[in-house]
Each structure stands twice: as structure tokens, then as C-alpha cells.
Design a protein around this ligand. Structure first.
Ligand code: 13P
Length: 338
């Protein structure tokens, strides 16, 4: 499959992506919060539960794995990548190696992982990956993110994307402005637009084929500590306005991250952007959620074998709600916190 075909498949049929690519440290933190043992075997059992959820491929086009998961298998010995391929789900892989403080700019970060990336991408492609992910992180604050931080991360995203395309993998380009802080929605919109403009300038300068990538942005939201919290419709309006100004129409799809929004809000806001009364957007608006799909299921599972069915039902429910949101058909009144 060529790059444009893979990218088109990732956002086809109103489906979206499920990110299960938490690093071991992040996954362990989520386990610790609910008292699950933090071992390689626990992480394997949790990922087995997710990838073997019956029917999930009807709402999920691709799953993003972490390196450890890519090399793990079910208790019956089937590699997780193979389980996904058998279910008609494309296999993605997170290839950045993490977020570090940016030297000289306290509070700003830089995502690492370019060294040796060409060879790692070739290895992942050889074991079944069709797409990859790299996350750049920005904080809103006093003179943050700095111009240097935006430039460095935009350049790294573009170099990663070019290397992915050389290896035949579709890059998911993820610039995330974090929700933490007391900034208002207007500030988030202004900063998100500057970040996206810098990213697309670098993608263009590095000859990245826009038709062969997916953008994974944050929605335009006020900081979690901001006193004024907007309606679902206001978030949808602000997000679309920002994206229309900064994202070229040649991009085949936009798949939002959830960023710490509740599962219900992440779904309702996506739904509003896809509501039938809106004029058509240049790109499909999809989802690439981790927490907003996994979190209720993780709490239900709690590491117990007996809870696998309940947890899989919850995952399937959230995947279906977001699938409905892509059609503008999500009904919050029939949704439950689980
Ligand atoms: P959240 O949906 O939990 O923000 O995660 C998305 C993701 O893949 C972060 O890189």
C-alpha cells in the first residue's frame, strides 16, 4: 500500500485510532494510580485485553503500539501486531524516545529520537508497522512556548516525517499544546495556530508529502485552571477556526488527541465538529485517543482476570461512541460514565 492509501485507510469509514503506546513509565503510573502491579507481564496482559477486544476493528482503523508491546504476544503466542492485522487493524508504532527539557529554556521541552531513526523505522516496517507516531509537547505560560522551542520541535517533527515516508510508513505528526495552566481558550487558539504554522512550514521545507501523513493536534481548549470553561460548541468553533487557518487542505485527515479531557467531553466535542449542519471541512475529523478510550476500561479491569469481559465491553463502547461522533451521531444522553 502506498502512503496516501494507508493515510486514507486510517480515516476511512468514520473510524479512528486507538493509541496504546504509553511508555513503560507512563503505563506504570496509570497502573499505580489504581493499584495494578507494575510489571512487564501486567503491561502485556493489559495490551492483550485491548488488542483482542471483539468487534473493535469496526470502529478502530489503527492502533499505535509502544516498542515493548510491538515485541510481545498473546498468552497463546500470537504477536500483537499479527492479532491486529488479522482483525483488519493497521499497526502503528511510537518512535520518539521521549520528551526532555529544552536546554536554555526553562519550562520548554524537546522531543528526542532522531538518532538511529532510519534503521529503527526499517525494522518496524519489516515486522508489520504501516504508520508511526512522534509527539512534540508545548506548555502555555509566561513567554512559553518560546520561538526556539517551536522551531526545534517543528524541525524534529518534519525530519521524523520525512524519514517515515522514506521507509514507507505514514507519519502521524503530533504537536500537543498541553491543557495544564490557567491560559484561556483564545490563548490556546493563538499558540496552537503558531505551532501548526511552524510545523507545516518545516514539513514543506523537508519535502514531506502532505497526502501521506495524518495530523494529530490538540483541540482548542482553555487551560484546566482557567475560570471560564466554554461550551462544547465553543470548543468546536475555536478548534475549526484554528485548523482552517493553519492546516493545508491536502492533508488527508486530522485525528485529535484527547489530552486529559474526560471520555464524554472528548467525544461530544468531536461530535460537534462533525455535526451535520456544519459546512464540509477540507479534511475528515477523526480521533486518536488514548486516555479518552482506555481510562474507564482500565479502572474496570484493575488487573483482574475476571474483569476482562467488562473492560472489553467498556473499550468497545467508547470506540463506538467516537465512531458515532465522527458521523455527528453521538448522543450524550445515552452515554454513561463507563
Ligand atoms: P491522549 O488521548 O491520552 O491525550 O493520548 C494521545 C496520545 O497518543 C498522546 O501521544
Amino acid at each position: 500500500m502506498d502512503l496516501a492509501n494507508i493515510a486514507a485507510r486510517l480515516v476511512a469509514d468514520e473510524k479512528g485510532l486507538l493509541a496504546i503506546d504509553e511508555s513503560n513509565g507512563t503505563c506504570n503510573r496509570r497502573f499505580a494510580d489504581i493499584g495494578i502491579e507494575q510489571t512487564e507481564e501486567s503491561r502485556r496482559r493489559w495490551r492483550e485485553l485491548i488488542v483482542t477486544t471483539p468487534e473493535i476493528g469496526k470502529s478502530i482503523s489503527g492502533m499505535i503500539l509502544y516498542d515493548e508491546t510491538m515485541h510481545q504476544a498473546t498468552a497463546g503466542g500470537i504477536p500483537f501486531g499479527q492479532v491486529l492485522v488479522n482483525a483488519g487493524i493497521l499497526v502503528g508504532i511510537k518512535v520518539d524516545t521521549g520528551v526532555k527539557p529544552l536546554a536554555g529554556f526553562p519550562g520548554d521541552s524537546i522531543t528526542e529520537g532522531l538518532d538511529g531513526l532510519r534503521l529503527r523505522l526499517q525494522d518496524y516496517a519489516a515486522i508489520g508497522a504501516s504508520f508511526a507516531k512522534w509527539r512534540a509537547v508545548f506548555s502555555a505560560g509566561d513567554s512559553m512556548p518560546s520561538t526556539a522551542c517551536i522551531a526545534a520541535n517543528a524541525h524534529a517533527l518534519a525530519r521524523y516525517a520525512a524519514l517515515c515516508q522514506e521507509a514507507g510508513l505514514v507519519p502521524i505528526v503530533e504537536p500537543e499544546l498541553l491543557m495544564e495552566g490557567d491560559h484561556d481558550m483564545e490563548t490556546c487558539g493563538r499558540l496552537s495556530r503558531s505551532i501548526l504554522e511552524a510545523v507545516f512550514a518545516q514539513l514543506s521545507a523537508n519535502k514531506v508529502l502532505l497526502e501521506g501523513m495524518i495530523l494529530k493536534p490538540n483541540m482548542v481548549l482553555p487551560g484546566t485552571a482557567c475560570r471560564e470553561q466554554p461550551t462544547v460548541g465553543q470548543v468546536a468553533d475555536a478548534t475549526l477556526k484554528c485548523l482552517l487557518r493553519a492546516v493545508p487542505a491536502a492533508v488527508p485527515g486530522i485525528a485529535f488527541l484527547s489530552g486529559g479531557q474526560s471520555p464524554e467531553l472528548a467525544c461530544a466535542r468531536l461530535n460537534d465538529m462533525n455535526a451535520p449542519f456544519r459546512s464540509r471541512m477540507p479534511w475528515p475529523l477523526a480521533f486518536s485517543y488514548a486516555r479518552a478510550i482506555q481510562q474507564p476500561a482500565l479502572a474496570l479491569w484493575a488487573g483482574q482476570e475476571d474483569n476482562i469481559g467488562l473492560a472489553q465491553a467498556s473499550l468497545l463502547h467508547r470506540a463506538r461512541c467516537n465512531h458515532a461522533a465522527r458521523r455527528g451521531e453521538y448522543d450524550p444522553s445515552t452515554d454513561s460514565p463507563r
